[in-house]
Design a protein around this ligand. Structure first.
Ligand SMILES: *[C@@H]1O[C@H](CO)[C@@H](O)[C@H](O)[C@H]1NC(C)=O
Ligand SMILES: *[C@@H]1O[C@H](CO)[C@@H](O)[C@H](O)[C@H]1NC(C)=O
Ligand SMILES: *[C@@H]1O[C@H](CO)[C@@H](O)[C@H](O)[C@H]1NC(C)=O
Ligand SMILES: *[C@@H]1O[C@H](CO)[C@@H](O)[C@H](O)[C@H]1NC(C)=O
Ligand SMILES: *[C@@H]1O[C@H](CO)[C@@H](O)[C@H](O)[C@H]1NC(C)=O
Length: 742
């Protein structure tokens, strides 16, 4: 079927096309140079001087002055460079020996749904001493080292394997928690608002780092909201900071430089809550390239799925060798009541930290005229931080907007977001009342009876590059999360906001990604030798489409995940109409992830076969692997259906007048559970979806033993998305994979 790109994707595409047009126009008019990435695959064997090699290559296309155009050489974990090139020079380089791809650097964005505050962390139960040897790399906006979440008391020196460093910069020091910190800006054009240091002046990087690996901090909150203990998922793990994002975004050349270092520095997991405007082809995407070399070096990359939901095919970061994480709600939501002079009460959404003590103020509509607004509450028709009304002297704001309602914004003044219906009622009241007045109450935290569900903003599948690979892979909490913040910014991130806080509540797949990172790190602390794909499989096959949501607050939610006291709530199809394209294989479940029973493992060679099948050439793939024997032949021409992926996606293509479309998936599982065990295949599917497994019993005699099977999926043609599950069950473990046909 033809993939309909979402409106947002189209808009982005148009913007991108315009940028390209502008660039080529300027390129034609002069020899206008833009930053390009020249990707050259694996490091050459033996000694090599990267800078000399890269300069020589550049000289061949630009003549003299090459060294001034070379911005960065990648040489620690893979080969390539970033340089300023015209389109013509880029094309010449693309044809040169040793080059896999050349692409123009793009700006990527942070995956916060916009700006607000967050909370986040896990409580621990079973832990291993190895956890303190785990190094979590956070590629983000830097870190606020003075945050209590990054205190290093009770931490010994960094693990011996650590080869990274703490980049010298004024007023920033690492410790035994933050064991490394660097910053990247190859172009050197630091934005004025930013600090030329690994120090975080945005807040986002401190937030994600503390969700993943922040220490245990009790009695934290945002003005009393989400009060309790804040802790990262792996509070004993170490953090390595790679600052790649600045006020104006995150550039490809810097993202790749951070991957190049993080891999060589000896990190265990890479967490990246950043993405492009739309999914790019694998070797034209800095994150997919970085994640490939991470995988090759035994490091899993955990990525945010993007915040362009709920549109179809909006998911970015879709390479099969990385983990793509969607965002779901937790069982608490913010509510901000609004009372009118006529006694009516409306329930709005926001995180209103201000307390007007229930006082009524005159209510007007839609004006920012200071004379009219001063001392009043204003009803607005748009959603932003409400800096305008604040400057005009408004006391508060009501916002009439039907946009996202499943997460809460923070505003610069007392405010509540009301839907269009309630907003129109209030407007009618204003129009028909002489002395209209309203009161905005402080927010309260209510139980969300619908939870858990995937947030509207969380990007949806399918995967536009490889339809037969299900993305996102998994879901984790990403709505209204409390975690560490930077004190160089404010609650809303707006400079005129006066509220500087150590902890803040924000939402986004940016927040769900580090939750999954933490669980991956947690699994690795129990199984240090597992491959990135095995860890990913463990997360995926235990993240059933049930979610754990009990207890008083988010803290309890996570405590209960770890203590296994939680009760399972199904992710209801009513609130998740996009099914697996919204939540992948469901919500992460840390306590089961450490004991998955079986794993769907895959290594570099499997991904290379997959890439052959996707049309990449032997020449490209030899460079990527650094192995001259690699090649695409009939035997290695792998179908995406046969990549040993822990989930099953089948894109139905209409052919002839068949009523059924049928395909085989080949899979191999590795026993990591009990040495002697027998697993039965249990299939659950609607009648339109026929799933056959051969053999349907797998018997193991030892750990590490592998068994193969074939899953035949037949689906009635002409249906919308249908899904079922395949579960391998030995009575102890349930190895669950979604099967989706669309
Ligand atoms: C160093 O950082 C601390 C903590 O944020 C800050 O209070 C101080 O002003 C900074 N000093 C300089 C010289 O930037
Ligand atoms: C603001 O409102 C006052 C009172 O209605 C009016 O006199 C004034 O012209 C308005 N100012 C602007 C800039 O529209
Ligand atoms: C209220 O009045 C404004 C103009 O004064 C008008 O545009 C709007 O349609 C009215 N709305 C309602 C609900 O009465
Ligand atoms: C791979 O082949 C290229 C060209 O054929 C050659 O220059 C290079 O040395 C070979 N590399 C290895 C590791 O054999
Ligand atoms: C790989 O398979 C695809 C689709 O079946 C085919 O178009 C392509 O020619 C094959 N390539 C090789 C090298 O066999």
């Amino acid at each position: 079927m033809v993939i309909q790109a979402s409106l947002v994707q189209w808009l982005k595409l148009i913007t991108f096309a315009c940028t390209l047009l502008a660039v080529s126009f300027r390129g034609a008019a002069s020899d206008y140079r833009k930053v390009h990435i020249v990707y050259m695959g694996d490091l050459p064997k033996g000694e090599f001087s990267a800078v000399t090699l890269h300069n020589n290559m550049l000289e061949q296309v630009v003549g003299s002055g090459a060294s001034e155009l070379l911005l960065h050489s990648y040489r620690r974990s893979f080969n390539g460079f970033a340089a300023k090139l015209t389109n013509e020079e880029a094309e010449k380089l693309a044809d040169m020996e040793g080059v896999v791809s050349v692409f123009q650097s793009q700006k990527k964005e942070l995956h916060t749904a916009r700006s607000w505050d967050f909370v986040g962390f896990f409580e621990h139960s079973r832990r291993t001493v190895l956890e303190s040897d785990i190094i979590v790399a956070v590629l983000d906006t830097g870190i606020w080292p003075e945050s209590e979440s990054f205190d290093d008391k009770e931490f010994g020196p960094p693990p011996k394997k650590w080869k990274g460093n703490c980049q010298k910069s004024s007023n920033f020091t690492c410790n035994n928690k933050i064991i490394g910190a660097r910053y990247y800006r190859a172009k050197g054009d630091y934005p004025l608002e930013d600090l030329q240091s690994p120090r975080d002046s945005v807040g986002h990087g401190s937030h994600t780092a503390s969700i993943a690996a922040g220490a245990v901090v009790s009695k934290e909150s945002l003005y009393g909201f989400r009060a309790g203990t804040v802790r990262g998922g792996v509070p004993s793990a170490r953090i390595a900071v790679y600052k790649i994002c600045w006020y104006d975004g995150c550039y490809d050349e810097d993202i790749l430089a951070a991957f190049d270092d993080a891999i060589a520095d000896g990190v265990d997991i890479i967490s990246l809550s950043v993405g492009g405007f739309f999914a790019s082809e694998y070797f034209s995407d800095s994150i997919a390239i970085g994640a490939f070399h991470s995988m090759k070096n035994g490091i899993l990359t955990s990525n945010s799925a993007g915040n362009d939901g709920p549109y179809y095919a909006s998911v970015v970061n879709i390479s099969p060798w990385s983990l793509s994480v969607g965002a779901s709600t937790i069982d608490k939501k913010f509510q901000t009541l609004v009372k009118l002079g006529n006694g009516k009460v409306f329930k709005g959404t926001s995180i209103n930290t201000f307390d007007l003590k229930g006082k009524f103020y005159p209510l007007i509509w839609g004006s920012l005229n200071e004379t009219l607004v001063k001392g009043k509450i204003v009803l607005c028709d748009y959603l932003d931080f409400m800096e305008g009304p604040l400057q005009a002297g408004a006391v508060g704001a009501l916002i009439r907007d039907d946009g996202f309602k499943d997460f809460a914004y923070t505003f610069m003044l007392p405010a509540s977001v009301l839907g269009l219906t309630d907003g129109s009622d209030i407007l009618h009241y204003i129009n028909t009342t002489k002395k209209a007045e309203a009161a905005i109450l402080r927010s309260t935290e209510e139980k969300d009876e619908l939870a858990p569900y995937v947030a509207s903003f969380s990007s949806r599948g399918p995967n536009i590059l490889s339809l037969d690979i299900l993305k996102p892979d998994i879901t984790a909490p990403g709505v209204d999360i409390l975690a560490a913040w930077s004190e160089a910014t404010t609650v809303t991130g707006v400079i005129n906001d006066k509220r500087i806080v150590p902890y803040n509540i924000i939402s986004g797949t940016s927040m769900s990604c580090p939750h999954a990172t933490a669980v991956a790190a947690y699994v690795k602390s129990f199984h240090p030798t597992w491959s990135p794909s095995a860890i990913k499989s463990a997360l995926t096959t235990t993240g059933t489409n049930t979610i754990f949501a009990v207890g008083e607050s988010y803290i309890w939610l996570l405590t209960n995940i770890f203590l296994c006291f939680a009760t399972a709530w199904p992710m209801s199809p009513k609130t998740n109409t996009d099914l697996e394209f919204a939540y992948g294989s469901g919500l992460i479940n840390p306590s089961s992830a450490i004991d998955p029973g079986l794993v769907y493992d895959a290594g570099e060679i499997d991904y290379i076969k997959f890439l052959c099948g996707q049309g990449y050439s032997s020449k490209q793939l030899r460079l990527v692997t650094g192995d001259n024997k690699t090649g695409c032949t009939k035997a290695t021409n792998g179908s995406a259906l046969d990549l040993n992926y822990p989930t099953f996606a089948l894109a139905v293509s209409l052919s002839g007048d068949d009523t059924y479309f049928s395909r085989d998936f080949h899979r191999t599982v590795t026993n990591v559970g009990s040495p002697v065990s027998t697993y039965n295949a249990i299939v659950n599917a609607p009648k339109e979806l026929d799933i056959k497994v051969k053999p349907n019993v797998l018997s193991f005699k030892s750990i590490g033993e592998k068994k193969s099977f074939v899953v035949t999926v037949a689906v009635k043609v002409g249906l919308p998305t249908v899904s079922g599950t395949l579960v391998w069950d030995d009575g102890v473990h349930k190895v669950r994979s979604p099967v989706v046909a669309f």
